[in-house]
Design a protein around this ligand. Structure first.
Ligand SMILES: *Cc1c(COP(=O)(O)O)cnc(C)c1O
Length: 487
């Protein structure tokens, strides 16, 4: 497989890269990303529906012609052994007539990030070992990426992770997930500030000459585990294909019948996976983009205008979707309109804070996507309603319920992105308008609805890990360098 720079290549730049090159070095020329120009076709779907998740994944990786050897692919896919049901890591649950929920959070950290980061960790570590290189991986997190990145790289050879989180900016559960990690190749840093500060600190570090020199001098390479790495996207295509095959197999849909997929979106990685699955031949009529109050994607899909200028980030109960610069939208622009147009739209966004699609372009976008957003009141009422009927959903998944009533009466699949255990206080608050602490809320919900708490989440509250003392963003570099020196 070849991947191309979404804003074109500089004259001396890389015109295209292999899959593994894009994994190790995800930044493309002119600030762009890497994306495929064509996707392989799946062909006869009924031939695929009996395959196990692992064999289906292998078939898809082969179709993409990824430059990984058999052993690395096996290692990557064996990370799904850590999911509740290795043969079915993302089960489909029927919640009402013709409405299904795909539970993407059945991995070790109970958020959908595990679906891609678990195999990704195995791949990056194996590529590093093969090249005889050592990688320092930086991650900034608002809550789910941090725990999932630490978990996937814990004790992996030739990789070290530094994870930066905003002090007070994550839930107690998410913070405990990070600071209770004991592997010696992991380092967690709390900073004074919010997620934006953490993210810009990370960008500053990645581009800092002095930092890069020190890392080089320590014989390491620098990388980032953010959601724009194509190595993560690839694994987010597979479960969308599998979901459709599962519906076929269970007789919920007929051969050739079209479905809709509803995705609670932030950086658009999950939705992009559905887009590629559709291109590969899965009968997806519409991909419905669900948002919270930060509904910039709803506007884009309704009007063709992406406008940051009149917006400020709003903190909501679904923090993983509190995003205004949705990175993977760029890959859709590239796929629909090509590199030159993508570059000019992204330049507009950088210079004027907005871009606007032509009417014909908007038609192409609307051909694939619909959008709907939910305010906090709607999110809370969706959580409460579902809880009463015995199915617990987290606030991110809850943004999808309104979207599920959109459009034609096709079978719909909601992508559920976190387990209720990660957002227990919000859920209890939605049900009875009272504020609880994380542990209290977990135990109360478990008792009231007679549902088990995932053991490693419950165990977090038994350990008494010491949180790092928050530091200022300009102290991060020194902190990392002195940690590396001591290793
Ligand atoms: C990351 C995340 C999202 C957003 O996914 P994108 O691929 O960035 O659109 C939604 N919900 C949860 C719980 C997440 O962790």
């Amino acid at each position: 497989m070849r991947l191309y720079p979404t804003r074109g290549a500089a004259q001396s730049g890389r015109q295209s890269v292999s899959f593994s090159e894009a994994v190790l070095n995800p930044a493309a020329d002119f600030g762009g990303l890497y994306a495929p120009k064509t996707t392989p076709k799946l062909g006869d779907l009924s031939a695929l529906k009996e395959l196990s998740y692992r064999n289906l994944s292998k078939t898809i990786l082969k179709l993409f012609e990824v430059d990984l050897d058999e052993k690395t692919i096996d290692e990557a896919l064996s990370t799904y052994d850590r999911f509740d049901d290795p043969s079915n890591p993302a089960p489909l649950v029927c919640v009402s007539e013709r409405l299904f929920v795909m539970e993407l959070w059945r991995g070790p950290t109970r958020a959908f990030k595990d679906m891609a980061l678990q195999p990704f960790g195995a791949i990056l570590s194996s590529l590093a070992a093969k090249r005889g290189e050592k990688y320092l991986i930086l991650a900034a997190t608002s809550g789910d990426t941090g725990p999932a990145t630490l978990e996937t790289f814990a004790n992996r050879a030739d990789t070290e992770v530094v994870c930066i989180y905003p002090d007070g900016g994550t839930s107690e559960t998410q913070k405990l997930q990070m600071i209770s990690q004991e592997a010696t190749n992991l380092k967690v840093i709390a900073i004074k500030g919010d997620f934006d500060d953490a993210q810009s600190a990370l960008k500053t570090l990645l581009s800092s000459e002095s930092f890069n020199e020190k890392i080089k001098a320590s014989a390491r390479k620098l990388s980032a585990a953010n959601s724009v790495n194509f190595g993560r996207i690839l694994f987010q295509i597979i479960y969308h294909i599998r979901g459709y095959l599962e519906l076929l197999k269970r007789g919920e849909i007929k051969e050739g019948e079209a479905i809709d997929i509803i995705v609670p979106s932030g950086n658009f990685g999950n939705a992009l996976g559905a887009y590629y699955a559709r291109k590969m031949g899965v009968n997806i009529a519409k991909i419905i983009i669900a948002s919270n109050d930060n509904n910039i994607l709803t506007d884009l899909i309704a009007t063709g205008r992406y406008d940051l200028t009149k917006r400020k980030l709003i903190a909501t109960s679904s923090p993983a979707m509190d995003i205004l610069k949705s990175s993977n939208v760029e890959r859709i622009l590239f796929d629909l309109f090509g590199e030159q147009r993508t570059r000019s739209l992204m330049e507009d966004l950088a210079q004027k804070g907005a871009f606007r699609l032509e009417a014909a372009e908007l038609d192409l976008l609307q051909n694939v996507f619909e959008a709907a957003w939910s305010n906090e009141k709607e999110v809370f009422s969706a959580i409460a309603q579902n809880a009463q009927s015995g199915y617990m959903i987290d606030p991110h998944t809850a943004t999808c319920l309104k979207a599920a009533r959109l459009g034609e009466s096709r079978v719909k699949v909601i992508c559920s992105t976190a387990e209720w255990t990660k957002f227990a206080p919000t859920i209890l608050n939605a049900i009875e308008r009272k504020i609880y602490g994380d542990k209290e809320a977990l135990l109360e919900l478990s008792k009231r609805f007679d549902i088990a708490i995932y053991p490693s989440i419950l165990n977090l509250f038994a350990k008494k890990p010491i949180a790092p003392k928050p530091i200022a963003p300009n102290e991060i570099e020194g902190e990392i360098i002195s940690w590396l020196a001591k290793r």
